[in-house]
Ligand binder design. Structure first.
Ligand SMILES: [Zn+2]
Length: 524
């Protein structure tokens, strides 16, 4: 450990090997549900964490930092290592307690089913109910059922939240929210200002949209004014459009989704055949029912897991996951292994979201998917519904982010009151009387995917920024063109983790991230 280059030369190959093994175990687990693979994932995950928990190494890294490293790639690797180690410097007993409590929470989330009229309800059944049930009191009852998990888990979640705060405090942070942002290189004040500007600039559009929704829901359910309760929406958290464009399915049944995605990337001269040949694309027993992209070796082995069906959601998802995959294949091959990755999920999400949005773009559907003329009449409606979706989702991200910030600042306050105040403020939904309940704890992410939701909205905003930039540089070109592709490959993919995420965005857009392009695209 005499010099930083020597340390990296010794340490990183060990990490690389473990990480590759972990990725392969994850792949087997997710494609088969095999319980041996599950044990292996837990084991390798712990091994990897242990590699980053050695305090002597951490202190040596801090000394290297004092030595003022000049080489920018070495400096970046050092900063990343310091952040990785820092998050693992909490007392071992505390870390173990948090991990055990989180595992118990995961288990309850996965297995809890509320009982309605003597029958248990799973998540899909609740969603189906809220989509189709016309009776208002039945809707209310089902919605209340969907919150039962919150009351059951709130005391345990609260315990975990306080332990996380305790852990953050041992590292010198006021609370866990601030620690997480700092370890992700996100400035708290910047984030707060960014979201409040975005919220202000899109408020008029959201207000108009929510009035339209109210009128439609009033017609549908005969609701009185000021009784715009959450159970009139079609999902338990009001994060999706309650009045979606219902005839979209026929559009997505009229062409081959996978073929359309292939043509899309072919037009960008990006090869997705090698990705697809390694991927697991269709439904199967015991396989993970969602979708993800995994970069096994930070080199050529990039795979996606999907469960493709002919629907708008899956057209979006195929384009999305392949967006992550082409990004992962586009890093400068001369970068060290650890820098062949995005600097933050925000930048790869932006690419994936930008590609996914094409699923509702009439131009994509007509020229790439070659949707037959008789169904093309609906394409403009589809575009309008995509705009509504962005506005609605943005409010939901504002609620979660503000809630987490306040919750970690003071976990002993009346969290349910805080939750509903924020929902009323941002989503403009009438809070029902829920005294004595813990509706905030029913949202999986609050307990188990903390301080992450903000990335989704920043990804959407960056995606709009890139689209605008491409349109400015190449006025007559669409996203599926050689020009757009070269722009993305050169500016976004190639640098890998050479810069921090905000610097990379500046490098791509020639200016810092701003919400203006997103506002122009969706909140006009
Ligand atoms: Zn994604």
């Amino acid at each position: 450990m005499d010099t930083l280059p020597n340390f990296i030369k010794e340490f990183m190959p060990v990490v690389e090997e473990k990480a590759k093994a972990l990725n392969k175990a994850v792949w087997i687990l997710e494609t088969t549900g095999n319980s041996d693979a599950q044990d292996l994932v837990a084991l390798l995950d712990t091994d990897l964490r242990i590699l980053f928990s050695d305090r002597a190494i951490y202190e040596r890294l801090l000394q290297f930092k004092e030595e003022k490293i000049e080489d920018p790639l070495l400096k970046r690797q050092l900063d990343n290592l310091i952040r990785s180690f820092k998050g693992n410097m909490i007392p071992k007993e505390l870390a173990k307690e948090i991990a055990q409590k989180e595992a118990a929470l995961t288990n309850t989330y996965a297995n809890f089913r509320p009982v309605y009229k003597g029958k248990t309800l799973n998540e899909n059944e609740i969603l189906e109910f809220l989509k189709t049930e016309k009776n208002v009191s039945a809707r209310k009852e089902i919605w209340e059922k969907s919150k039962e998990i919150g009351d059951k888990l709130a005391p345990q979640i609260l315990e975990v939240i306080k332990l996380r705060n305790q852990a953050a405090q041992t590292l010198g942070y006021p609370d866990y929210f601030q620690m997480q942002l700092d370890l992700q290189e996100v400035d708290q004040n910047w984030l707060q200002n960014f979201f409040s500007t975005l919220s202000e600039k899109s408020q008029a559009s959201y207000d108009k949209l929510i009035r339209d929704i109210e009128i439609e829901l009033q017609k549908k359910y005969g609701i009185k004014e000021h009784e715009f309760y959450p159970w009139f929406w079609k999902d338990p958290f009001c994060q999706e459009d309650p009045i979606p464009f219902e005839n979209s399915e026929e559009i997505y049944k009229s062409f081959d989704l996978l073929q359309a995605a292939k043509s899309f990337y072919q037009q960008m001269e990006l090869d997705v055949e090698s990705i697809l040949s390694r991927s697991d694309l269709f439904e199967r027993e015991k396989k993970n029912q969602h979708a993800f992209c995994i970069n096994i070796d930070h080199c050529k082995d990039v795979r996606t897991l999907m469960n493709i069906k002919p629907s708008q959601r899956w057209m979006d998802t195929i384009l999305h996951e392949l967006g992550h995959a082409v990004y992962d294949l586009g890093y400068d091959a001369s970068l060290p292994w650890s820098l062949r990755s995005p600097p933050h999920m925000i930048t790869t999400e932006a690419m994936a979201l930008m590609a996914g949005r094409e699923a509702t773009n009439p131009q994509f559907l007509q020229t790439i998917a070659k949707v037959p003329l008789e169904v093309s009449a609906n394409l403009e409606k589809l575009k309008e519904s995509a705009k509504r979706r962005q506005l609605i989702f943005s409010r939901w991200v504002l609620v979660i982010t503000a809630f987490e910030k306040e919750m970690y600042k003071n976990p002993d306050q009346d969290l349910n009151a805080l939750w509903w105040n924020l929902i009323e403020k941002y989503q403009k939904i009438t809070p029902p009387d829920r005294k004595g309940h813990n509706d905030w704890a029913a949202k999986y992410h609050v307990g188990l995917a903390p301080v992450y939701y903000f990335s989704y909205l920043l990804g959407e905003v960056f995606a709009s920024g890139m689209k605008e930039k491409i349109a400015t540089l190449y006025p007559n070109k669409s996203l599926f063109s050689k020009e757009a592709s070269q722009f993305l490959q050169g500016r976004l993919f190639f640098p890998g983790d050479r810069y921090s995420w905000d610097k990379l965005i500046e490098h791509v857009l020639d200016q810092p991230l701003s919400c203006d392009a997103w506002v122009k695209e969706f909140a006009y």
